[in-house]
Design a protein. Structure first.
Length: 288
């Protein structure tokens, strides 16, 4: 993990002087955090998943993406990043070995306790970077909605897929049904971020067209109805490989473009949070 000094007096023209040795909270001392909180109330919290990602991507893909995006965002906006949360909610991916899933209640409690601890210390604006797309979203939404109402803190979930959906739609090469899991954009992004962990000769195309209501590709417009997957159905639907979509057309170049746009949007959002969002904290409590 790269260390980078942020806002050190005399070394940066970014206003403020937080004397942070690293954007990662856990690499600092408590006095560094105390100093940071005198100037800044925002923190980034990455959360991902360790789950099968077909034969060409590593199990930790969603967490690697969340951690890299969070670190990059922290460095570019001089914002602290909370420790990585590696495991999410992924019951259908238990169809393949290596996947670890929390119960949704556990993920709600985990995020609730982490954010509540941060709010207790004086953080008022919390931006969660979710690398696991829609599967983590229901528990994360419940956790931050509870915290928002209880504490008054500002909490947000930025999902790398949804916050860069526009550019994804513009640069994608795959046909409708090409986005799903271990798919084109996810693979392109990882080819840009961590190419050493991929085995592209094992990437397989699986365009799985179901009834239009059940279309899972978020780039396809249309009316949809939600039906959850189970382990057996997921194994079969993903060709016994774990892929839904088309990673064979992925390129590092597109991953770079996608990452750049994603960072641009996230940086704009951090600035918005810092400059325009006003927060009144009503309650600070230790999670017990
Ligand atoms: Zn993924």
């Amino acid at each position: 993990m790269s260390l980078r000094k942020i806002c050190c007096a005399g070394e940066s023209n970014v206003k403020g002087s937080y004397f942070m040795k690293s954007v990662w909270l856990q690499e600092n001392k408590w006095e560094d955090v105390e100093r940071y909180l005198q100037k800044k109330k925002t923190i980034i919290v990455p959360v991902g998943s360790v789950e099968q990602h077909a034969k060409h991507l590593p199990l930790g893909t969603d967490s690697f993406v969340a951690n890299k995006v969070a670190e990059d965002l922290g460095q570019q906006t001089d914002t602290l990043v909370a420790p990585p949360n590696w495991v999410g909610w992924a019951p259908h991916h238990m169809a393949f070995p290596g996947t670890i899933t929390l119960r949704p209640e556990t993920l709600i409690s985990l995020m609730y306790d982490i954010c509540k601890s941060l709010i207790y210390h004086g953080f008022e604006k919390i931006i969660i970077i979710n690398g696991h797309r829609e599967a983590n979203l229901p528990p994360l939404k419940i956790a931050i909605t509870k915290l928002r109402n209880e504490t008054g803190a500002f909490l947000a979930i930025a999902d790398p897929f949804y916050i860069a959906k526009k550019i994804g739609g513009e640069i994608k090469k795959s046909e409708p049904g090409g986005a799903g899991h271990a798919d084109e954009m996810e693979t392109s992004h990882m080819l840009h971020l961590m190419p050493e962990l991929l085995e592209m000769d094992k990437a397989v195309r699986n365009i799985h067209l179901k009834h239009p209501f059940l279309q899972h590709d978020p780039f396809v417009e249309g009316d949809t109805i939600f039906v959850p997957s189970d382990v057996a159905g997921y194994r079969e639907g993903s060709k016994n490989i774990g892929v839904v979509g088309d990673p064979t057309v992925s390129t590092a170049e597109n991953g770079k473009t996608y990452h750049r746009e994603l960072m641009k949007n996230l940086i704009e959002f951090v600035r918005y949070c810092e400059e325009e969002v006003e927060v009144t904290i009503r309650k600070r409590e230790i999670p017990l």
